[in-house]
Design a protein around this ligand. Sequence first.
Ligand SMILES: [Zn+2]
Ligand SMILES: [Zn+2]
Length: 754
Amino acid sequence: MPRLSIQVRGVVQGVGFRPFVFRIAHVHAVTGWVRNRPDGVEIEIQGPQSSSDGFLIALERERPTPARIEHVAVSEIPEVDGESRFEIVASGASSETRPSVPADLAICPDCAREMDTPGERRYRYPFTNCTYCGPRYSIIEGLPYDRPKTSMKGFPLCPDCLKEYTNPLDRRFHAQPVACPTCGPHLRLVGNNGAEISTRDAALEGAVAALQRGDVLALKGLGGFQLLVDATSQEAIEKLRKRKRREEKPFAVMFPSMEQLEGDCVVSEEEARILASPEAPILLLQRRPGAGVHEAVAPRNPRLGAFLPYAPLHRLLLKEANRPLICTSGNLSEEPMAIEDADAFERLGEIADLFLIHDRPVLRPVDDSVMRVDEHGPSILRRARGFAPLAHPVAVDAPPVLALGAHQKNTIALLHRGQAVVSQHLGDLHSLQGTRLLERTVRDLLAFFDVKPQILACDLHPDYASTRLAETLAAQWQVPLVKVQHHHAHVAAVMAELGLDVPVLGLTWDGSGFGTDGTVWGGEALVVDARGFRRTGHLRTFPLPGGERAVKESRRSASGLLWELFHSLEVIEARYTPSERPLLQSMLERGLNTPRTSSMGRLFDAVSALTGIRTMRGFEGQAAMELEFAAEGVTDSGAYPWDFLEEECLVADPASMIRAILEDLRSGLSARIIANRFHGALADLAVAWASRAQIENVVLCGGCFQNALLARLVRERLVAAGFRVHLPISFPVNDGAISLGQAWVAAKQAELTA
Ligand SMILES: [Zn+2]
Ligand SMILES: [Zn+2]
């Protein structure tokens, strides 16, 4: 009777893995035990050879879908006498324990089947879940993850649920949020005046009818309030846009089924797998023109953010409404999502006609994650539901570091014991709600992981709410504060994620970040290693008339650039009213409110405005996005020229390029070809900077690389020139990864000085 020790590493906690091991041990009649370990689970089994083999095969083949096994090590150990059963034993309480907080999971196939089967206890029950699926992070108050420490504590289990919960052979053994129609939460349909209209099934039917007649429904979802509206009705979409003050920014669309989704979007095998995964993110897909979803969902956009129902409640709504629905965060602009009923009535009362709510409290906002797949595989653009706050291994040996990120698309990161925990996407910090959520998330993460940070990290920008909070906390806790330059943090985030421990050249191209020389950076080439960074290239700086306002109006970027290069505003004058012109001219002449920038995002804006593709901006990145879409599919392989100035850095001067663009415009060349040649020029620029730095490993990061065409062209050209190119996969290429980069920089500094 051989005895085996089995070490399993990966995401195996909070996903029903130990009950699963218990069940297969029972089926294959082996004795022994299973317990959680800091980095996975540890199993010992004993039984005849055929039983052990059967157990090992089942471990590999039948594991719960949400579990991700990274590594299994099996070794033979001495037999144990007198063992009569298999047990789940308590985790060894050692100081080495690294707790993990499970992420929210989409409904599993078994629970979906139960919901659809008349006569089942949970037939049409909107809060069905089991050990393999359902809410986690959004309902956890504290660790260890147990029902009394979740927002389900107010729902005592009925005898039937208790039987399932305590039976090790049941799929709901120790499923903390388990519930049924007898003992669990229920639906209520409420008007935007707060008056109850109906409950339970009638509430669901009322909500479906409202969606079908084109009303805006506020839904208390898994991770907070969402706004839903018929995605096939122009009138309904326009109503939502007007009320939400969101003119053109694309909405994500939830489809009742994979078949219906495939009718509107082109879906590869890999994309289908991701859509149906337990993380069930929004996936950016190629849209089929003229399909069911109305153009107004994402005007002039060849892509669509599409996803499938992930909560039982979504499944019921979508199935019965039987049409694709816009499903967007319940907020105004970039504020955090509402999670409490009272707050939702106050903030969404003017937007929604009806509220479909329930009595299971949502404890923290968890947005939908956003991903895309390109020829190099999937990557995450917004990391929240399904992924946060799962830990990521980072090879660094330093005291605990807490990093508070930047200002937009913000996250925070805790780096401790060789792993980084990055919070869910928190959104922008412009609003009071945003900064409150930041403070709350700091408290949450520190409590979950029971850590007192020894080092704090933040951005170099003095006015960010994250910087101010970091300064306050550093004084309170009396710990050092490391301020990390924005683009340095961008590159470091990719190094941390991919475990790059060699010097890299980071091409960090984005909208803006506070530079060490007082200018606004954003078109940078930085050489980064564990000790710090060195700037080896940047765009020639130009003034931004109106500062922050230039971010909202791409014509201002064009004006600043033309003034810098040619001291003339002639070609852009028509984009201003006669009364605006003298003001602009004098602002530039006298250098008033005209911060200088080397931002790639603003260069995109300028070219977008010059070509007439977009002179004003509706939402962040729109001018650049439309330039990308214009260039897509153009076969012309030309590229505009650059001039280079050898200073301390290799400064890229766009003067010749802009002159050529203006000539092409005069000769009537199509904006699509101009857009394509501009992208080609940026790929050339990447090669020029990489060749000058003479560093083999090149990291591409910053919001500009959300542009799929730019990422592809730059990568291809660099690879052809002999460089190794790295882009992030599990963390966003945009500011959502800044906190991870800050934490890595601060930890590396501590490691070096230890
Ligand atoms: Zn389930
Ligand atoms: Zn029950």
